[in-house]
Design a protein around this ligand. Structure first.
Ligand code: DX5
Ligand code: ZN
Length: 224
């Protein structure tokens, strides 16, 4: 299993975002997780496509290898912003299907612009839309907290949802990443991987500590 760690810059120092992105990339981030909140679908407001575009040149390893930008849209409606993020350099774009009037169209719009497309599920959201969309997507993002804020506690029912999502991915026979977002730390990452996740978002656990590499290394050691 090839695991990916996706630090969420929601918990980074917003006064030094470019530097924070370079720093966490050098510390071993596989993806940069970019949380877009609109104060409508979720009760908080973060950053938009212009900030993504400004950060794009910073999303690379010290040797210049690009680090993919993983945009998590917590916005309603979806399509216009998804297109703007594709143009701003996003590599993967996920959205909440309950925030889109036409989730299939939103997936098509993301893929038509050359990005990978993901569907995100809140703690109380069913996985039903996967019945009809699993053949179209590249990523499933399971929320293990209610979206809107960093630093919340992991909701245990997410483990069962991850198991369900893993079974659906296996049944599809497709190459789909299974990402988990919220409350991930070195102490619980193994349990989340055992449930079937392969990609882990972590905000406060990484940016809340002085040594980003030490935390990412601890996470990889727990997964090894
Ligand atoms: C919450 C965001 C998360 C958040 C996770 O709405 O989607 O990506 O940054 O933060 P932690 O890792 O602190 O729970
Ligand atoms: Zn997120």
């Amino acid at each position: 299993m090839s695991y990916r760690i996706a630090p969420s810059i929601l918990s980074a120092d917003f006064a030094r975002l470019g530097e924070e992105v370079r720093h966490v990339a050098a510390a071993g981030a596989d993806w940069i997780h970019f949380d877009v909140m609109d104060n409508h679908y979720v009760p908080n407001l973060t950053f938009g496509p212009m900030v993504c575009q400004a950060l794009k040149p910073h999303a690379k390893k010290p040797d210049g290898t690009p680090v993919p930008i993983d945009v998590h849209l917590m916005v309603q409606p979806v399509d216009a912003l998804a297109a703007a993020f594709a143009d701003a350099g996003a590599d993967l774009i996920s959205f909440h299907p309950d925030a889109s009037a036409h989730a299939h169209r939103s997936v098509q719009a993301i893929k038509a612009r050359g990005c990978k497309a993901g569907l995100t599920f809140n703690p109380a959201a069913p996985l039903d839309v996967l019945d009809w969309l699993i053949d179209e997507i590249d990523l499933i993002l399971i929320m293990s907290v209610n979206p809107g804020f960093g630093g919340q506690s992991f909701i245990d029912s997410a483990l069962r949802k991850i198991e369900h999502a893993r079974r659906r991915i296996e049944a599809s026979g497709r190459d789909i990443r299974l990402e988990v977002d919220g409350g991930i730390k070195p102490e619980n990452i193994r349990r989340v991987a055992d449930a079937g996740a392969d990609t882990f978002v972590a905000g406060s656990a990484i940016f809340g500590k002085p040594d980003y590499k030490a935390v990412i290394d601890q996470m990889r050691a727990a997964l090894a």
